[in-house]
Design a binder for this molecule. Structure first.
Ligand SMILES: Cc1cc2nc3c(=O)[nH]c(=O)nc-3n(C[C@H](O)[C@H](O)[C@H](O)COP(=O)(O)O)c2cc1C
Length: 329
């Protein structure tokens, strides 16, 4: 029976099976740390290019940094050449990631044009080859993240997932949209159910889970072993605590207070500054702060302000005012 609980992926045991999905430009070290603290069972890093690892690219190196309190954490690679991906995995074998994941879902033309990301779904044989090559050199579990298919006319998630399993994958995550759909329309959970039905290894469902009740529904409708949440966690790391509480008590727990959101924004900003410096850190925070404040009274006007913030002092001042007003309403 599937549902909320521990999840075994190869030799890694997750405390719980609610997972922060990989998001380029979002699931960086500070955000992952907050999500983990709030109870995410596993946090997935932003995708990094296997080729860039082999070139010792400096920016890629920064993306690959993790904090010791994040574990378990999954590093996601994108690439299409088994030998290069294998080489990248060998180069990072001393880094403490718990799981290595392969991106087979990215829809961006630049990536797809190189035969990477979701383009791999056009070639299940290559999927098997890549997974096999990585399993040969990795003592960590290798997982893959796929979509429903490349187009609606070529839905083949089951075939691709079976190829990954055959290659030695320890789990498969399935986003129930085609590449053609990008992030639009509704995710098709029936494809997740079909993959689950066909595989022996754990299947993680993904797409449109936004709270405890939707997570529960995904478990029930698909039989999946874990649920991955991405967009709903933006500006809302509290979501993991809320989902956990929902499964434990059957009730939706109260939203965080303005004070807690404010404190979290400041902690998030402090972490950004620590790891990226003030110039980049504050610019990165702009989008996070807009997400944290969605729906708050005065937040539309506030967003213009936040987009011009250049330093921590101005961020603290503006957020202080907004959250203080909210608390006094
Ligand atoms: C801004 C953004 C960046 C993303 N980056 C990645 C990525 O690097 N790797 C990946 O496999 N999926 C990536 N995704 C896809 C998500 O992991 C997830 O599959 C998708 O958003 C559907 O889940 P959701 O409905 O919970 O958001 C990204 C999505 C968004 C919105």
């Amino acid at each position: 029976m599937s549902g909320y609980g521990k999840l075994q992926i190869g030799n890694v045991t997750l405390d719980n099976n609610i997972i922060l999905g990989p998001m380029a430009g979002v699931s960086d070290l500070p955000f992952r740390l907050l999500c983990r603290e709030m109870g995410a069972g596993l946090v997935c890093m932003e995708m990094v290019s296997a080729k860039a690892i082999t070139y010792k690219n400096k920016n890629t190196n920064m993306l690959m940094e993790i904090h010791e309190d994040e574990h378990p954490v999954s590093l996601q690679l994108f690439g299409s050449e088994p030998e290069i991906m294998q080489q990248a995995v060998e180069m990072i074998k001393d880094r403490p990631y718990d799981i290595l994941d392969v991106n087979m879902g990215c829809p961006v033309p630049k990536v797809v044009g190189n035969g990477e990301g979701s383009a791999l779904m056009k070639n299940p044989e290559l999927i098997e080859k890549i997974v096999k090559a990585l399993c040969q050199v990795s003592d960590r579990p290798v997982t893959v993240k796929i979509r429903k298919g490349f187009t609606e006319a070529s839905v083949n998630a089951v075939e691709c997932a079976l190829a990954a399993q055959e290659g030695g994958a320890a789990a498969v995550a399935v986003h129930g949209r085609t590449r053609e759909q990008y992030y639009s329309g509704q995710a098709d959970w029936s494809i997740i159910a079909q993959v689950k039905e066909a595989l022996k290894i754990p299947v993680i469902g993904n797409g449109d889970v936004v709270d405890g009740p939707t997570a529960k529904r995904m478990f029930e409708e698909t039989g999946c072993d874990g649920v991955m949440v991405a967009r709903a966690a933006q500006g809302n790391p509290f979501l993991f605590r809320e989902i956990k509480s929902y499964f434990e008590t059957g009730e939706t727990c109260p939203r965080p207070t303005s004070k807690e959101i404010y404190d979290t924004v400041i902690r998030h900003a402090d972490l950004q500054l620590k790891y990226k410096g003030e110039y980049i850190g504050i610019r990165e925070m702009r989008k996070h702060v807009s997400w944290y404040t969605v729906g708050m009274p005065g937040s539309a006007k506030f967003r213009n302000q936040i987009n011009q913030m250049e330093d921590m002092d101005s961020l603290k001042k503006a957020c202080g005012l907004l959250f203080c007003n909210e608390a006094n309403q």
